[in-house]
Design a protein around this ligand. Sequence first.
Ligand code: HOZ
Length: 427
Amino acid sequence: MGTSKSAQLLKRAVKIIPGGVNSPVRAFKAVGGGPLFISRAKGSKIYDADGNEYIDYIGSWGPMILGHAHPKVTAALKKALDKGTSYGAPTELEVTLAGLTLKAFPSMEMVRFVSSGTEATMSAIRLARAYTKRDGILKFEGCYHGHADSLLVKAGSGAATLGVPDSPGVPQDLARLTYNATFNDLDSVRAIFEKAPAKIACVIVEGAPGNMGVALPKVGFMEGLREITKKYGALLIMDEVMSGFRLCYGGAQKIYGIDPDLTCLGKVIGGGLPVGGFGGKRAIMELLSPSGPVYQAGTLSGNPIAMTAGIETLKLLQAKGTYDRLFKTTNALCEGIAEIAARRGVPVHVAIAGSMFTVFFSERPVANWPDAKACDTARFGRYFTKMLKNGIYLPPSQFEAVFVGLAHTPKDIERTLEAADKGLKGI
Ligand code: HOZ
């Protein structure tokens, strides 16, 4: 079956939606061709407007850890819908999800819900600036924390894919307050703090970067960030929007034993509906309006439908053996791809962070953005196109993570590896 309906829809869309998409990562700009328009999804499968079936490894860019339309989540949502979709007033559901969140992330003493990861990081930074009374922030080149102005400086994800890491429209006066260091290089962090010891409000870091592709923190790197931030009186913000429930139930901070001042969440915590959250130490969080003076708000924040999906998802993730199964599936897939690539003579490095991974077309492992940027993106594009033709829906960029979910079956893995055998041949 062809993809003519997607092509027709794209033609209509580009006339009325910039680039035809509502988020740039969805366009296939880096790999060629047009995006598929999706009509439905169930379990591990996604179906385009022409009725083609694909094994989905985007999972809505992370949230669909249980697979699409999980019967328990769907049933809870149907029930919730009958009670109204938004009240603009507090609900018990918000208290329940807040309780589950704090239990999963003991570093957080309080949390506020928002509607996206961008809102979470943007608000956490405002809070850090207010708490420390400093304006500078330090991030890492190639990390992506959503599209707030202060964070679109040397950014990863779609910004890197499309070659606009520093977006026009971000005032220079604001951008100069964003310092960029090299991920996995503590000396680059120290050098910035030494030059501006009392200017930096916070270091913000992805728990396990997935927005330059997956780059794993070296032993001691996260611990080093905690030490340096403490030394200079800056806050440490762990952006666990992606890693939060993907590395384990409790995120990267649990794995690395880090106690950040603030944590940002999103994706899985909303079970496929728009939810973000940021939280941390009480003394910092209580600065937030209406307890304190730092303003932050949202009409749909803590929306009952979104809270319902989040609660059901987190409950299901706590079942015994869930993560063992998830990691077993992920590892089987990654080992299989690495083995095929070696057999086909294609140099790759497969970086795995829990249930996220990236196949880097590179002779050497990727530790930071300069390494990621040096990958053979043209080769990635050829691989992507062949995989898609063989029914495998991967993120359309070398600088993204592949998401494995609990709905992926051994049969899916087998089919994916068969496709990879063809996809890695002669590229
Ligand atoms: N963090 C997501 C992927 N890197 C972003 C998804 C989007 O921009 O739509």
